[in-house]
Design a protein around this ligand. Structure first.
Ligand SMILES: Cc1cc2nc3c(=O)[nH]c(=O)nc-3n(C[C@H](O)[C@H](O)[C@H](O)COP(=O)(O)OP(=O)(O)OC[C@H]3O[C@@H](n4cnc5c(N)ncnc54)[C@H](O)[C@@H]3O)c2cc1C
Length: 461
């Protein structure tokens, strides 16, 4: 144990989605993996205190589902068995924006809508079934253990919550911090004599409110899911209603820069009525509520630039929201965590030496995070109140992307190009391909009616 090249034991701190995906990857490279989670973890799909966001609508990008399926091949079927809705991404999604509904079309890319607790419980079940895996819940990690020269992490100190916070030292060859946005790694690094990572913070002052409703099988909308997003900065509210397991709708609404939804019945309905399209109000004004209205605030997106550090202790990594927590409106966090775990898998498979692992890993995670960060922050800077490091050229890009959004109302080829970027399947510059620019700029009038489903024509048609 604790010899520099040993792969006997790995610890993952945090048993939420980032931690579970990391544990799955580590199980292939270490003899034993232990997940240490501060909360008590229920067997049934349920949000916990340490992940309040799990009560809110979670959309899974196509790349996220694809990456998770690579590690859990039966996940799509398990989701269906659990009552999740599965379909084609662009066929199932009804998206109102910029004064109209986007053209729906067949994209050939699977998508699912489910509650976040269902997705997490199915992944947890599969991770905990691995023979070299164990989870210790009710275990809060207080600090890292280090070698006397302070250069290498050798384990963690844990408070056993169900045993009067008795302290326990757990040793490991690798410790991965997956404790989310509130990660104490920057502080731990400073205590060990290293630098904390530089931080980018973009203030968005977003808040959500979420409620569950009964979904009737006879509902004429079937299992379509609806997004309503603003033409920023003129509008600043969004809403989404997704069909989820248990014949329920989950509805989350929110807004930027203080345009926040109330949490009382009348205020929640009034907020829905004032969204740019009537779909959500039409459903929830008739449907039976099944839960309270739950709020959550998201003051700013945060990105910790571990890739900029020159020195980092061996035997230690940080992953998931602990690196980057994006404005959740764009649905990127789970996919980013999955892609980061896949990068770790690749580096471990290449037998990257332990003393080089952290810097190589953070270089790769920076690339993973760049694209969703650029997309989220770019959209957020449409609002003049947004503050923080503004990417160069963002105003110009946003003016063009507004035209892209408008073109998607009538042109499924542009719709496909945009959806690929939003699902992290293609890089943002692909929207500047001459064939797309030509279609965007020729400026056909958008139809504001819901159009019949189309097949995207071949690019250039
Ligand atoms: C309102 C909201 C909506 C969102 N919607 C989406 C969406 O639509 N799509 C999407 O992809 N993403 C969404 N996200 C982001 C998504 O929830 C996260 O990216 C995802 O949960 C992965 O995060 P994580 O596992 O890194 O951290 P978290 O989910 O925050 O988990 C951290 C875990 O660490 C545990 N922990 C903390 N400290 C300790 C400690 N000291 N010791 C032991 N355990 C500890 C916590 O209890 C928790 O279980 C949303 C986020 C918010 C806030």
């Amino acid at each position: 144990m604790n010899q520099s090249n040993s792969r006997t034991h790995a610890i993952v701190i945090g048993g939420s989605l980032g931690g579970l995906l990391t544990a799955r990857v580590l199980s292939q490279h270490f003899q034993r993996v232990t997940i240490l989670e501060r909360d008590e973890v229920p067997e049934q799909p349920e949000a916990r205190k340490g992940q309040p966001q799990a009560r809110h609508l979670h959309g899974l990008l196509a790349t996220g589902l694809q990456t998770m399926t690579r590690y859990f091949p039966d996940l799509p079927q398990a989701l269906v068995n659990g009552g999740a809705v599965m379909g084609d991404f662009a066929e199932q999604m009804q998206w109102y924006t910029y004064g109209g509904y986007r053209q729906r079309f067949h994209m050939g890319v699977p998508a699912t809508t489910m509650s976040r607790p269902l997705l997490e419980s199915l992944i947890r079940e599969r991770v905990l079934a691995l023979p070299n895996m164990r989870m210790m819940d009710n275990c809060g990690v207080n600090q890292l253990l280090i070698t006397p020269d302070g250069q290498r992490v050798t384990g963690v100190e844990v408070a056993l919550r169900h045993e009067g916070n008795q302290l326990l030292e757990v040793l490991a060859d690798l410790v991965v911090d997956c404790t989310g946005r509130g990660s104490r790694s920057p502080q731990w690094l400073v205590e060990m004599g290293f630098d904390a990572p530089p931080v980018s913070e973009v203030k968005v002052n977003v808040a959500y409110a979420t409620r569950l409703y009964r979904r009737l099988p006879t509902d004429p909308r079937g299992t379509l899911w609806t997004l309503i997003t603003p033409e920023a900065p003129r509008e600043s509210r969004f809403g989404a209603i997704f069909p989820i397991e248990g014949d329920r709708w989950i509805v989350s609404m929110g807004g930027w820069h203080g345009d926040h939804p109330p949490t009382d019945e009348a205020g929640f309905l009034a907020f829905a009525r004032n969204l740019p399209a009537p779909d959500i109000y039409d459903i929830i004004s008739q449907a039976e509520p099944l839960s309270d209205i739950t709020p959550i605030k998201f003051p700013h997106s945060v990105r910790r630039h571990y890739e900029k550090l020159r020195r980092f202790p061996a035997g230690f990594l940080v992953l998931g929201d602990a690196i980057s927590s994006f404005n959740p409106t764009y649905g990127q966090g789970m996919t980013s965590a999955a892609l980061q775990a896949a990068e770790l898998d690749d580096l471990l498979a290449k037998r990257t030496p332990p003393e080089k692992l952290a810097l190589a890993f953070f270089k790769r995670t920076a690339k993973v995070v760049d694209m969703p960060w650029q997309l989220a922050v770019g959209e957020d800077f449409r609002f003049p109140q947004t503050s923080g490091p503004k990417p160069p050229g963002v105003d110009f890009i946003n003016r063009y992307v507004s035209k892209v959004h408008r073109a998607t109302l009538h042109d499924p080829v542009v719709g496909l190009a945009l959806l690929k970027v939003m699902n992290l399947m293609a890089p943002p510059p692909s929207l500047f391909h001459p064939k797309i620019v030509w279609r965007v700029l020729r400026g056909k009038r958008p139809s504001i009616e819901q159009s019949p489903m189309r097949q995207p024509a071949a690019a250039g048609d």
